[in-house]
Design a protein. Sequence first.
Length: 260
Amino acid sequence: MIYITGDCHGRFGRFMSGGFSCCPDLTENDTVIVCGDLGLLWVKGESFEQDCEFFAKQSFTLLWVQGNHENYNMIDEYPVEKWHGGKVRHIVRDKVILLERGQVFDIEGKRYFTFGGAQSHDISGGVLDKDDPLFEHKYNLAMGSGRPFRILNTSWWKQELPTDTEIEEARVNLESCDYKVDYVITHCASNTIQLKLEDIKRMQGRLHELYAQNILTDFFEELEGKLEYSMWYFGHYHEDMYVDTKHRLIYYDMVPVVWN
């Protein structure tokens, strides 16, 4: 069985028996796909080693796509390999596998298109650079501002958004399967779905921010007009809901894929 879940941000309690998301009893025949912001690769050290050891001992296989809160420099240290028809990086042997951007995979007889990444929206205080001679001054100002900020290559990486090359590779791979897949796995959503989310929150009286459009949401908008799929799963927006019949926003939940 294949299950889908959302952002973990380095907290993996949901994968333990009795986890807060009603984690099923996962076996060696099960696979869990995380829709970005897994947070396993963040800082090297004892905690990272312990987390890797935890996943190495699990019976299930964990797959994931990149979010915006990932250490892309650490990710780049792992070699790219082929797996089930697409490019991956094996992070913890065959237990934790990163599904690269723009790939089409054949998993348990179903076709999955994957494309991780998103634009950070928690950086209204800016992105600071440690190599900036005024870094300490700017850091103190940022700390006193009360606004969220990030530090380049420490808590924010420019690779959170894709390159033109990655987008073009996605187009080529989708053309090879006539733009027909069963499932789409991403971190963020298309412009249209972001607008639907804003409308839902507005009606519920809890719209606190508008979602920015960018190169990735624009590309997903392009796909909405030509890609055939049964369900599109995504994370990033920290909610659990069906935006409509074909778009499932997922955060804490861990649900089996909808078989069609």
